[in-house]
Design a protein. Sequence first.
Length: 342
Amino acid sequence: MDIREHLLQGHVIPAHPLALNASRKLDERRQRALTRYYLAAGAGGIAVGVHTTQFAIRDPRFALFEPVLELAMEEMRGQPIAKPIAKIAGVCGPRNQALKETETARLLGYDAVLLSLGALRDASIDELIDHLRAIAAISPVIGFYLQAAVGGRFLPYCFWRRFAEIENVVAVKIAPFSRYQTLDVVRAVVESGRANEIALYTGNDDNIVIDLLTAFEFDGERVSIVGGLLGHWAVWTHKAVAQLVDLKSYRQAAVAGSVLTLAQQVTDANAALFDAAHGFHGCIAGINEVLRRQGLLEGRWCLDPDEDLSPGQSEEIDRVCEAYPHLRDDSFVQEHLHEWLR
């Protein structure tokens, strides 16, 4: 199976839970049953050793990382299935740990690793990219934008733009639970020129259907989030498979497509105006700057002299103004400005 081509088709990929008994020990029978359930439900892949499996399986007190991966692999290899299955292993931790886990997954036969960067909270962008390249030298990589509330970290557009250039990156699970940060990832992949090579998967449990219906548009190119790698889909998986089939047909038929694309564009513009990338520091200055450009204000000054545009915010406003002229009312303002300023 070509893992890249398989993921680009778009699938339901449940994040595999951990089955324990009353003594909080691995319940092998039920662990296997879960894997069999996902296979029978029509999942296009299974992700094991990820957040839903509990990161604590790596703790030496439990030492469950390899056993849990082995159990799932035995079932995925042993069950008669009607379609190929993407076998995905979760990998996390600092460099040595991540390399060891990646090698373990490769030896067990996993097709790709879902790489969490939560443990590298203080690493620079350069260090993160070096880390990714080291893992990608061993296995195909699925990037992971994990929300901060469960151990992730903020990853700016510039990181995702460089991430998308790593050859052995095959997909990205977008799970920041933020429309602004979701757009950072999608735009970075599009602007890298690799939108036809890197599959986009939602992990945004708060926007599953919206993510899967939206046609994202940047630089005249439309792309879609093709499937989901979700803890949410660890339950009701059979129904999720049917739902994804329907959502794909709706998206292809452009049902509500133009409205959802507009929603994405308005959010992207708002991110620039309100300075989402810098914690909204420049939100008032951003509004004032657009009004200044239209001639309604003489300057973008705020009462606090330190309250101004953030570094790069002016360029972001330039970008969205150029990308979405249909959102602007410059001609209307110019037509009436002399009346309003009389």
